[in-house]
Design a protein around this ligand. Structure first.
Ligand SMILES: [Zn+2]
Length: 266
């Protein structure tokens, strides 16, 4: 059979078309793949924050208001409340005694105080501050006896300065503890306690465990008590975080409750 040159031309043209078509499809497919890869990785290579990129066109950025701390959560006058304020203007009823006292290292505190007290003593110890729990709950009768003994030994004026009258001590709530210094026992219950390793640690860290150093140099006029770096009052971590964040130096100031050096009724 005589060869037909036009047929070869047709075959060649068809072959060329096929190559172009397949190549074009392949190129298109590659383009799609690389396109999707490109969009997939765009977020990683560009520095636009994802949240901004998503919300910017529709939602205008606006400042979130600080949530205000609720100071009404607990009573400041009920002696069983974790936030009760006891001072020379606000006594505790003679007959009041907590119903959930537990023993911690030989002293009694309210059950809610125990875990934070143990955690605080442990954390202090890990930091090289040796806290020794000295006293916790004292009944009205025990406070009366202790106060009478101080008065008999040192006189009324001294007792007024360093010991609460019965019914006016935070220790009757079971929410207060006195802590000793394991490193400098000579400063226990003394002004120099605040300069011991333990006193310094407490001033800085007690709030982290729900405690306030109740009577400080700065709040003497408000609380009506001379500084006692060893007297810690538990109010819970939520409140101490608030006091710490706001730089509030006493419970009286936090709640707007009257205190001061004068006893109610004189
Ligand atoms: Zn005390």
């Amino acid at each position: 059979m005589r060869p037909r040159p036009w047929r070869s031309v047709v075959v060649a043209v068809l072959a060329l078309v096929a190559v172009v078509a397949v190549g074009g499809a392949a190129t298109g497919l590659w383009g799609m793949l690389s396109g999707s890869e490109a969009s997939q990785f765009r977020g990683l290579t560009e520095s636009v924050p994802w949240d901004e990129a998503i919300s910017a066109p529709t939602i205008a950025p606006r400042a979130t208001p600080e949530p205000t701390f609720d100071l009404q959560q607990h009573s400041t006058s009920d002696p069983a409340s974790p936030w009760v304020i006891v001072n020379k203007q606000h006594p505790v009823a003679e007959e009041y005694e907590p119903t959930d006292l537990v023993d911690v290292d030989g002293v009694r505190v309210r059950a809610a105080v125990e875990p934070d007290l143990r955690a605080m003593v442990d954390a202090a110890g890990a930091a090289g501050a040796r806290l020794v729990v000295r006293s916790g709950f004292r009944s009205y009768a025990e406070q009366a006896a202790g106060r009478a003994a101080i008065e008999a030994r040192r006189g009324f004026a001294h007792a007024e300065r360093y010991s609460a009258r019965p019914g006016f001590s935070e220790h009757q709530t079971g929410l207060a503890v006195d802590l000793d210094s394991g490193s400098e026992p000579g400063c226990n219950l003394q002004t120099c306690f605040t300069r011991t390793t333990e006193g310094v640690w407490l001033a800085e860290h007690a709030w982290e465990f729900g405690f306030v150093v109740r009577y400080t140099e700065a709040n003497t006029a408000v609380t009506g008590y001379a500084p006692e770096g060893w007297h810690l009052r538990w109010v819970g971590r939520e409140l101490t975080a608030h006091l710490h964040a706001e730089g509030i130096g006493s419970l009286e100031e936090a709640f707007g409750v009257v205190g001061g050096p004068e006893y109610v009724g004189g």
